[in-house]
Structures are given as structure tokens and as C-alpha cells.
Design a protein around this ligand. Sequence first.
Ligand SMILES: Nc1nc2c(c(=O)[nH]1)N[C@H]1C(S)=C(S)[C@@H](COP(=O)(O)OP(=O)(O)OC[C@H]3O[C@@H](n4cnc5c(=O)[nH]c(N)nc54)[C@H](O)[C@@H]3O)O[C@H]1N2
Ligand SMILES: Nc1nc2c(c(=O)[nH]1)N[C@H]1C(S)=C(S)[C@@H](COP(=O)(O)OP(=O)(O)OC[C@H]3O[C@@H](n4cnc5c(=O)[nH]c(N)nc54)[C@H](O)[C@@H]3O)O[C@H]1N2
Ligand code: SF4
Ligand SMILES: [Mo]
Length: 733
Amino acid sequence: MSESTITRRGFLKQGAVAAAAAGTVGGLISYDAWSKAYAAADSQQEVKKVHSLCNSCSSKCGFTAHVKNGRVGTMTGDDEHPYCEGTLCARGYGYAAVAYSEDRLTHPLKRIGEGEFEAISWDDALTEIGDKIKAIVAQDGPEALALIMDPRPSGSYYTKRFMAALGSPNTYTHGVACNLAKTSGMTQALGAGDFTSDVANSKMVIFIGRSYADGLRPGSLHSLQKGYQNGSHIVMIDPRMNNSCTYATEWIPIRPATDLALILAMANVLVAEDLYDHDYVDNYTVGFEDWASRLPEYTPEWAEEKTGIPADTIVRLAREMAAAAPQASIEQGWRAATGCSHQNSGETARAICLFNTLLGCWGVEGGAYFPPSVSVGKLEDPRFAAPPKVEAKIAGSKEYPLAVGSMGVATHAVQQAGEGNIKGLIFYQSNCVGGYSNPAQLAEWTKAADLSVAIDVQMTETCKACQYVLPDTSYLERLEVPEFVGGKIPVVALRDRVLEKIHPETRPVDEIFTGLAKACGVGQYFDFTVDELADAQLKTVGLSLAQLQEEGIHAFSEKAWKPQLKTEWKTKSGKVEFTSEACEKAGFTPSPTWVEPLVMPKEGQFRLVGGKQTIHTHTQTANIAPLMEISKQYSLERPWLNAGVAKQMGIEDGDEIEISSEMFTGRTRVKVTERIEPTSLYLPSHYGRMIPEQHVSYNVGLSQMDFVPFHIEPGYGGTMAQEVIVTIKKVGA
Ligand SMILES: Nc1nc2c(c(=O)[nH]1)N[C@H]1C(S)=C(S)[C@@H](COP(=O)(O)OP(=O)(O)OC[C@H]3O[C@@H](n4cnc5c(=O)[nH]c(N)nc54)[C@H](O)[C@@H]3O)O[C@H]1N2
Ligand SMILES: Nc1nc2c(c(=O)[nH]1)N[C@H]1C(S)=C(S)[C@@H](COP(=O)(O)OP(=O)(O)OC[C@H]3O[C@@H](n4cnc5c(=O)[nH]c(N)nc54)[C@H](O)[C@@H]3O)O[C@H]1N2
Ligand code: SF4
Ligand SMILES: [Mo]
């Protein structure tokens, strides 16, 4: 009863949701409208306020939930949280409906046949899984176990501790299908995996395959808005005119997978025309001569051939960047161009760092900086002592030596299960099978493991491939360990219990891993509650759990970023490294040079590119009714096809088309638009869920990953999700 009431309530609020979505489609997003509409809705009611963290995407924005009669009403973004700065996005509101979803997992399940499960007790589930893990460890060693997770506060802590307690190094994140190559490429150049462009104070920023308005984090979008309003020259390099173009001075379409050519040619211009920062290069870098000697062949004309961007535009961009430096940078990107999509993603990330180095922008206001952060100190209580250090390296580190070990190549681990080298796979808050590469292939390999366990809140492609499925509570029903967040002012925030448990047989992540550890004979490392752990962690930074629960977010103002030229780096040389021995060993040139994409579309072919939509996250929100309703209302699941190409092919907006790759053929209606360059077909990444237990998302649109062959980027380990050629035809033609 109560569940359906709440679901309808979610629908009632859809007016505001739809209005914001309409804005998104037109390129305009008003967050103020959002928060005001939601605040108004509950203004007459008496409410309990609980601070917590969103779980609809990895940003984990802080919010205050207004709870009445045990139900969530209004949610308002917390002002101090650097990722939301007071505003949640549409997903932040919509995803709260997951708690009340009719499709929640409510009991532990055991697979009894293809696609068939039966409910079992927690005792049986934990005992059976524990026995299998103990048998694998005894027979093949702990290195035959792998765990794949989406790094969330408690998720990260408990999964890593559990695997370390068993003696296994194989804890993977979803990075392989996200930012692995970016982080790894940057690490080679800078000894650090992330930087932030100070867009708000910049004179010029080039975005390469990154859209703050689609792949959304409100704080980042605010900085883009501010930069644009302050007169910064904002350039979007993207095969699509993405929604961030609302705050850009120009959109420059590019053939996907060719960004490296653009960066090499712009660097060539800076060096050939002597427009780079000599002081910075001379004092704080090594290996520049190597790159300088390799750049001359990358002329703007050469890059025009590759990218489709006119040579004179490339020259102009390089000169404008030099003129704006050091208040200028290429933004780091995240997934599309640098994270995991192509055979040259890692080298593209490395080249971005080196290009920015030529601008001398590191640490400068308006340039690019490294947000300060605070972390947990040493815990004195012996109950929290770490398990013995695992000496073995994560599986995949030999094959993909450039991939940073803290993320690892998750799809390699699944492949190893197929080949019999990994015997046990555990997935926590991960739809690896549905989203990291080709689902049919990943499902087959997962099924080959002796043991497979998925811990989720709903039935997914990954759950379906596993022997055991364990039901987590939703994020609104659990306390997690504190989340330390870097930013101009670093903070610590908390995911707290907003609601009482809705389904009695669900368990929060901390209890699940504590139970699994006990069943595996390593319970001694989990002799505490999450409340005790959170409190102990907070004590190390002078706070307590009770204090943070009250405060919601604690800002470490004393650690605020102070702009200052960055002169020390965490590389071997202590300087920015234009050359990398590790890259050379992995088969690349010492400093970055052109790496051909694995495939390029010929006449009549397209590269299938993905990309986020403002109202959805990966595979996890398609089954959220209020969000999917918006997709349906605006036909957001349709792939984008260039208008000129469509005309030549006799295809009109809304026609049904058939899309085929070497892996898969599927049909859907098409969106014909001027907003995409001719060699790309853009398929929004969130649809095509084919799990009948997901009543909302089932069979809406097509899944990008179905078209993608399984492969892994040499050296760096990304999934190369956009190294896929498709052809299209009009159905019935
Ligand atoms: N709404 C929403 N926001 C999210 C997420 C989400 O799922 N939904 N997830 C979060 C996460 S985990 C991530 S990783 C980030 C991802 O954030 P982004 O990296 O910004 O995400 P994408 O939408 O994959 O890609 C951005 C743009 O790159 C373009 N593009 C595709 N291929 C190429 C290429 O080869 N070159 C260039 N120059 N452009 C290309 C796409 O058209 C798209 O507009 O978003 C975060 N925020
Ligand atoms: N098709 C497709 N594939 C993608 C992407 C995409 O946009 N579309 N994006 C790529 C990117 S950038 C990334 S970062 C990765 C992300 O990959 P994942 O981190 O695996 O993200 P999702 O695919 O959203 O799957 C998350 C899973 O966690 C479950 N979940 C949600 N809340 C909870 C909870 O509280 N507890 C537990 N135990 N489970 C929970 C969801 O039901 C879902 O099954 O995917 C990559 N692959
Ligand atoms: S960006 Fe949106 S979905 Fe992601 S954590 Fe923030 S509010 Fe939630
Ligand atoms: Mo991601």
C-alpha cells in the first residue's frame, strides 16, 4: 500500500521534472526552478531533516531530506557540498524512488536454472557462498577471487577490506568502462590522475569529449556557467552539439577517436611558433626535447584529414590558447575521449596533460588545479587494524601495465573467469555484465566461474548471470562511512539513514560483507558496526559521528585551495614527464605520438558513440519510473543521425531504422538532427534494458554495449567501447 502511494506521489511531482527535462532538450537548464518547485511542495508540512548523500551517480552530492511520516518528501542540495553547491540534478530527485520501487530485490536468491531463481535464507546464502570461497582459496589461492564494485563510501571500504582479509589483490572498480585510461595516462605525465580546470576564472577552456550539462555534476556546470558569463572563450570539441554548448562560445564537431591528432597539431603550433611557456618547461619538466622533435609531422593539415576540423581552425585555437595562458587549459575529460573509448584514449589523456604544461597553467587561478582534500587518519582501536598487506599484484597488471592498480581492468578479470583462471566473482553495486563491454560475452564468462555473487537492489544483467543475488538496502536506508571530498574547500560528508528499512530481508552493505567475512572464516577483521567505524574515522579529523549527523557536511576551510604555480610533482623525477619509460615498455613512443583508432568508418558506415543524458545514469536509472517517463515523453531513447546523411539515405526524423554491428542488430526510431557530425551515430547510453523483472525499463530503446565487441585497450586497459562500426538502413526500405 504505502509503496504504491509513494510511487504515485513521485509521479505527481513529474510536472516539475518534465519542465526541467524540456529545458534540457532545448539546451536550457534551470536548477533554481527545480529546487524551488520541490521546496514549495512540502513547505506546509512538519518535517524531520536528515543529511545524506545521493546515490544516483558517482558524484554523491550532499542533500537534506525532509522526511514526514517515514517518507521522503522534499530533498534540497547542501550548499557546502562542492559537487552540488546547493542544487541536486533531476536524477538526484528521481532516483529516490528506487527505495519504493516494486522491482526491489527483497530476499537472497539462488539460481536454479537459466534466468530462474528461488528465494533462500540469509543463513543458507552466506554459508553456501562462504563454503565456496573457502574451497576456492584452499584449492587455487585467494588470487582466484575477484570483486568488482562501483566505489561508494562503505562499498569501497568493506569490499577492499573483505578481499584483503582473504588475501586477494583483485578488487576492481568500474573504471575500466569509465576513466581508467584517462587516470592512467595522466599518471604517466603528472603522477596524478585528476585535475580540475578553473573554468569559472578562465580566459579560455577547451572541452574535449566532456559535457558538464549532460554528464552532469551541478558544481561543474555552475563553474561552466560562471566562466561563460565572465566572458571566457569556451570551446566544445564533440561530434555532437551537446547541451553544454549553451554555455560555449563555439562548438567544433570532430570525428570521434581522433582527438589525439587535434592535440598533437595544436602542440606543434605552440612549439613551432614559440608560443609555449619556456620558464615552466625549462624548470619543472623533463623530456620536452623528445616531444618537440616528434611534433613537426603533426601539421594542422595532417590533423584536418584525421579530425575533420579545418587546419586554420586548429592553428587559431592553438594561438588563442597561448594568448589566454596561463588562464587557459584543456579540460581533463572523463570518459568519452580519454577514459576508455578508443585504442588511443590513454595517450590522448597524456597528451592533454603535456599540452597544458606548455601553457604553464598548473596551479594558476583560471588555469588548472588539484583540489585539496582531507583523509582519514590512523585508527588506534585494534579492531580496525588492517589485514596483512597483500603482496600479489592485481590480476591484469602484467597484461595492462599502464592501468592504475587501484582501479584495475575488471573486464580482464571476467575474461579470466571464462578461461578458468579466476574461479570466484563478486559484484557489488555493479552492472558489469550489462554495461562494461559486450553483455553476451561477459555473461558467458561470468557463468563459467565456480562461484558468482551479485549484490544489488534490483535484478540486472549481472544478477542474471550469477548464482547468488544478495539484496542490499537502498541508499536511503543505510549509514555509510564518511565520504571525504576534494574541492576548492574540501569537505567530509555523510550518507545517513533517511528511512527505516522497507524490506525486512534486505541488509546494508556493511552487514552483508561482515556476514560474508564471518562465513569465510575472516570475521575477526569485521568486529565492529558501521556506526563505530564512522565515529572512529571522524575522530581522526577532530569530529564525531553525532556531530557530522547534525552538521551534514563539514568544510575544512583552513585547507582551502590557494592559487600558486605548481612546481612539484609526484613523478619519479619530481617534474612533469614528457617522456615515460613505462609507456615505451608498453609499446608506445616515449612521448605521445599518433595512435590509430582500431577502426574507422568508411563511406556508408558510422562509429557508434555513446553519451550521457541529463536525466539518466548508466544502466541504473532506466527502471526509475519518474525518470523513464520523461524519456518516453520526449523520445530520448532515439539515436541521433546527421541530417545531411539522413537526407541522402532517404531517412526522416522518427523513421524506424535497423542498426547493425558485427555483434548485434536492433531496430529503433531515429532522431535526425544537424547537431551531429556525419560519421557518428549517437546512441544514448541508458536504454535497451532487457530484464523483464525491471518493469519500467524493459525493452525501451537499444543498448549501446550489445553492439560492442569485447576488446581491451593495449597498455591502458580501457574497454574501447566506441571502437565499433555500424551500418544503418531504413526499415521497410
Ligand atoms: N547525467 C549523467 N551524468 C553523469 C553520469 C551519468 O551516467 N549520467 N555519470 C557520471 C560518470 S560516472 C561519468 S564517467 C561522467 C561522464 O561524463 P562525460 O565524459 O562528459 O560523458 P559522456 O556523455 O560519455 O561524453 C561526453 C561527450 O563526449 C562526446 N564524445 C563521444 N565520443 C567522443 C570523441 O571521441 N571525442 C570527443 N571529442 N567527444 C566525444 C559525446 O557526444 C558527449 O557529448 O558523467 C558523470 N555524470
Ligand atoms: N550502457 C551503458 N554502459 C555504461 C555506461 C552507460 O552510461 N551506459 N557508463 C559507463 C560508465 S561512465 C561507468 S562509470 C560505468 C558504471 O558502471 P556501474 O557502476 O556498474 O553502474 P550501473 O550500470 O549504473 O550499475 C550500478 C548497479 O548498482 C545498483 N545499485 C544502485 N544502488 C545500489 C545500492 O544501494 N546497493 C547496491 N548493492 N547496488 C545498487 C544498480 O541497480 C545497478 O545495477 O558504466 C559504464 N558503462
Ligand atoms: S550529480 Fe545528480 S545524480 Fe549525481 S550525485 Fe549529484 S544529484 Fe545525484
Ligand atoms: Mo563513469
